[in-house]
Ligand binder design. Structure first.
Ligand code: SF4
Length: 468
């Protein structure tokens, strides 16, 4: 029977199926971070030890200060303790930690692929919703809750009450200049809605994803959760293998050859049937920005804020009204007329070296007119960017250049957007209060973020010369 890539990986990781249909899955890799303290506490309370240290990897990211990686720079004692607890648990349980002071530290979804921990065909989990990022390499990867984290720590397995359905999103054609992976995923979510992928694992297919870099695929898969999907995946191919080859935790030598041979068997069969199919034409995708409080509230930067009166139903109309009230915007207003107070370039969506190169290409020789900051996704990304002189480009353009961490993606580490302030952000969530109480978030690509910083308003990056 024809099978999807998702079917294949699910079956390969099934340990047993209970009479009620629940499936016990073997977990290939488990990523933990500074928010995983409760999982380790639960383990200790039951007198258990970590089941598989070699399959567990950790890094502090959510609570670390991006001004300094000294522990003392984390002002809030409980959060400082959570970062310390991760290091203590790593020492006690014997798993690999990329801690503060280690150049390999970074956002958990940046370091997994970077270190070759994320591999095609594995089941990967982490107590963070944006674990979907790792599906870019052909892994089945999803976020889990705190009690599931402790179950994985104790058993290296995970119960799933039901198998998600399979969905395929195909984007064919050629992307225009200045249109990036971030614009592609925002366009997809705007099309299918924040619940459009609910109950599904999305496979991204079509010429756009085949031609896309690994880092672009990560940006796309990262935001699958914003379409409500359990996970997002791209079939592994030569781009994937070239990206992984030689990375520290990827198979080496003969094991590499065997692994690649197995990975070539993963892609969905040509006649595999998906429960839902969606098609987009790449030629119709332009630089995007969000105007509301859900990632589905996205529009072309050349467009206008929608009129709730034109909404298809009362529920959507009310959602638009609420979103515009929070965002302080009016229906019909041009997207490019939205003034911006601050710019953030970072997060597990857009903090990799290609993101920083794309942003620097726009920032070069220009000047931000609002406060702006760049937060690399890992110490290795930061080092690479500095080797290429990108830090100097940003500093000359008036941007701050910070240490790696989740930073302003989430208002829990001191990097905050002030109440009422409007931030053009390369992160993944524009929910009410996500970047701080009363903060207003406009999701954009790295290049669009720089365009906003330079103009002090949302701006079409395609109208700026030398966009790289
Ligand atoms: S950058 Fe944001 S979305 Fe990504 S792991 Fe950190 S808090 Fe989560």
């Amino acid at each position: 029977m024809a099978r999807t890539m998702f079917d294949r990986i699910w079956e390969q990781h099934t340990v047993l199926v209970r009479p009620d249909g629940a499936t016990l899955l073997h977990v290939g890799r488990h990523l933990v971070h500074d928010g995983s303290r409760a999982g380790f506490r639960a383990l200790a309370e039951r007198g258990m030890t970590l089941r598989h240290p070699a399959r567990t990897f950790g890094t502090p990211d959510h609570y670390v200060s991006t001004k300094s990686h000294e522990l003392a720079a984390i002002p809030e004692p409980n959060r400082r303790e959570m970062v310390s607890a991760l290091a203590e648990n790593a020492a006690a349980q014997g798993f690999t930690l990329f801690g503060l002071g280690d150049v390999r530290q970074g956002i958990v979804h940046v370091i997994g692929p970077e270190q070759g921990i994320t591999l095609p065909g594995i089941l990967m989990v982490c107590g963070d919703s944006h674990t979907a990022t790792h599906g870019a390499l052909g892994a089945l990867a999803f976020g889990i809750g705190a009690s599931e984290v402790s179950h994985v720590l104790a058993t290296q397995t995970l119960w799933q009450s039901r198998k998600p359905r399979a969905m395929r999103v195909t984007v064919d054609g050629v992307l225009g200049a200045g249109v990036t992976a971030k614009d592609v995923i925002l366009a997809i979510i705007a099309r299918i809605g924040a619940g459009g992928g609910s109950g599904h694992v999305i496979e991204y297919a079509g010429s756009i994803f085949r031609a896309m870099s690994m880092e672009g695929r990560m940006t796309v898969c990262n935001m699958s959760i914003e379409a409500g999907a359990r996970a997002g995946m791209v079939a592994p191919d030569e781009t994937t293998f070239a990206y992984l080859k030689g990375r520290p935790f990827a198979p080496q030598g003969e094991a590499w050859e065997r692994a690649v041979a197995a990975w070539r068997e993963l892609p969905s069969d040509a006649d595999a049937v998906f429960d839902r199919e969606v098609w987009l034409d790449a030629a119709e995708i332009v630089p995007m920005a969000t105007w509301g409080t859900s990632p589905e509230d996205a529009a072309p930067v050349t467009g206008a804020i929608p009129d709730p009166a034109a909404a298809p139903d009362a529920e959507r109309r009310d959602a638009i009204v609420r979103a515009l009230a929070y965002m302080g915007l009016e229906p019909g207003m041009r997207m490019e007329a939205i003034a911006i107070d601050r710019v953030f370039i970072g997060s597990c969506t857009n903090s990799r070296i290609e993101d920083l190169r794309a942003a620097a290409a726009v920032a070069r020789g220009r000047r931000a007119v609002v406060p702006a900051m760049v937060v690399p996704g890992s110490g290795l990304v930061k080092r690479q960017a500095e080797a290429e002189g990108l830090d100097q480009v940003f500093l000359a353009a008036g941007f701050e250049w910070r240490e790696p961490g989740c930073s302003m993606c989430v208002g829990m580490n001191g990097d905050l957007v002030a109440p009422g302030e409007r931030c053009a952000s390369t992160s993944n969530r524009n929910f009410v209060g996500r970047q701080g109480r009363g903060a207003r978030t406009h999701l954009v690509s790295p290049a669009m973020a720089v365009a906003a910083a330079v103009h002090g308003r949302l701006a079409d990056v395609r109208l700026m010369k030398e966009i790289g």
